[in-house]
Ligand binder design. Structure first.
Ligand code: SAH
Ligand code: MG
Length: 199
């Protein structure tokens, strides 16, 4: 298993030391199970950070599968590229450099899985773009969906207000849409698992 790989453990440790919010272990366990079942050919990730989650997910790709991942922070892009190269995954993981709000509308691929893990205030927009590109029967995952418990509480104050409002809007959309089957899991900081029902 890749998670026991020494180089990957080092990437994880270094990210945690720098307080980079990489996917939590229990969330990763759930995603691993989903990916094992789907065996995806194409994954889209929004929010690369230093490449940790993309590297973890790559293990579950079909043999000719690929991951596209989007990141806007220049320093993190450089680190992600170094990490991906070190793991020998440069031909499997492609980084789109820039703001996902600008990049997503330019993409026209079809994906088996979309992993949303970037600016919380943009989750409804990311969902709209994910729905445009997800394959029938595909899965859209949204990390940090419970945001420290704020999303499901009556918390309405402070500077995280916009993020919380948008996360709530995301949850409302995926739970009320009859073409989507959603589970909100209390792993890590919350994970929304939305299966697209093929019509
Ligand atoms: N998926 C990573 C962690 C991502 S952390 C992992 O689990 O290993 C979230 C990242 O999203 C940060 O690096 C941040 O710079 C990036 N981000 C936030 N908003 C973004 C946007 N609008 N466009 C591109 N990247 C964004
Ligand atoms: Mg996250």
């Amino acid at each position: 298993m890749l998670t026991k790989n020494k180089d990957l453990l080092k990437i994880k440790e270094q990210a945690l030391e720098k307080n980079i919010p990489i996917i939590m272990d229990d969330t990763l366990e759930v995603v691993d199970k989903i990916l094992t079942e789907i065996k995806p050919k194409r994954i889209l990730e929004i929010g690369t950070a230093v490449g940790y989650s993309a590297i973890c997910f790559s293990e579950y790709l079909e043999s000719d599968g690929k991951i596209d991942t989007i990141e806007r922070d220049k320093e993190r892009i450089i680190e992600a590229k170094t990490n991906i190269e070190k793991m020998g995954l440069s031909d499997k993981i492609n980084i789109y450099e820039g703001d996902a709000v600008e990049i997503l509308p330019t993409l026209n691929e079809k994906y088996d899985v979309v992993f949303i893990d970037a600016a919380k205030g943009k989750y409804p927009f990311f969902l709209k773009e994910a729905l445009r590109m997800i394959k029938p029967s595909g899965i859209i995952l949204a990390d940090n969906i419970l945001y420290k418990g704020y999303v499901m509480s009556d918390y309405n104050k402070h500077k995280q207000r916009t993020a919380v409002r948008n996360l709530r809007e995301y949850v409302k959309e995926v739970t009320e849409n009859p073409n989507i089957d959603t589970e909100i899991l209390e792993v890590g900081d919350g994970l929304a698992v939305s299966k697209i029902l093929s019509k």
